[in-house]
Ligand binder design. Sequence first.
Ligand SMILES: Nc1ncnc2c1ncn2[C@@H]1O[C@H](COP(=O)(O)OP(=O)(O)O)[C@@H](O)[C@H]1O
Ligand SMILES: [Mg+2]
Length: 256
Amino acid sequence: MLLTPQKGSLNKIVILNPKGGCGKSTLVTNIAASYARRGTITAVMDYDSQGSTMAWLDRRSADLPKIHGIAAFKKSMQATRSWQLRVPGDTENLLVDSPASLTRDDLRELTRDSTSILVPVLPSPMDIHAASRCIADLLLVAKVDRRDRKLAVIANRTRKNTKSLRNLMRFLDSLGIPIIAVLRDSQNFVRSAEHGKGICDMQPSRVKPDIEQIGKIINWLDAWPQRRRVSISSTTIKNAPLSEHSLLQRTQFRSA
Ligand SMILES: Nc1ncnc2c1ncn2[C@@H]1O[C@H](COP(=O)(O)OP(=O)(O)O)[C@@H](O)[C@H]1O
Ligand SMILES: [Mg+2]
């Protein structure tokens, strides 16, 4: 039966960054595949009209662990929005894929009740700049509280420690936002996606470095109840009010 799960028990993970091609759908599908393989009830919700995540699910073989899909980008006149967005009542993990452009209201709707928000970033100066703007919007528009420790970055298709990546690390460090994994540029991601699989569904010997990084992401995501508890008592992250001006100034890196 399709119902909206109890808010408190649903692990809702939102992947966003308005920059196309940075790896949002790759992360959504890989994280969903890992949770499904572990035997937890998993759903993906695709807000991107390109529908990459829904297309991936269509290619997924019935032999693989099941993942429920919701095409949130399709708007029906026959049903209410909340009816369209309902997920199976026993869903434990919900992965939300987001589109290239988001209004302020979309950003708030998407991130509401999330347990974690992941921002994938490619290593080019332009991409890093766009990601910093996205993080600034999350803090200022969606009002994500840094003390909740729900926000993290994944460096994607990254080969070396470039100057722009170091700049991003400094920017994130000053905000207390971690880079939790660095994914290499690998055809494993492309090939697995072609077959509706995640890296975890591939032969382990071929995907060892990739699976290690996905494992790091899953470990960080799994710790959300503890992060939430710590955040209530923590005083380590300074949460002095961020002015838009000061935050946007910090995103003005000089590129490598
Ligand atoms: N780490 C990676 N190595 C190789 N190819 C990747 C990697 N991450 C993503 N890709 C490929 O890059 C393209 C864009 O990734 P995608 O996840 O669709 O980005 P987005 O959803 O942000 O637009 C896809 O063809 C995907 O297979
Ligand atoms: Mg996508």
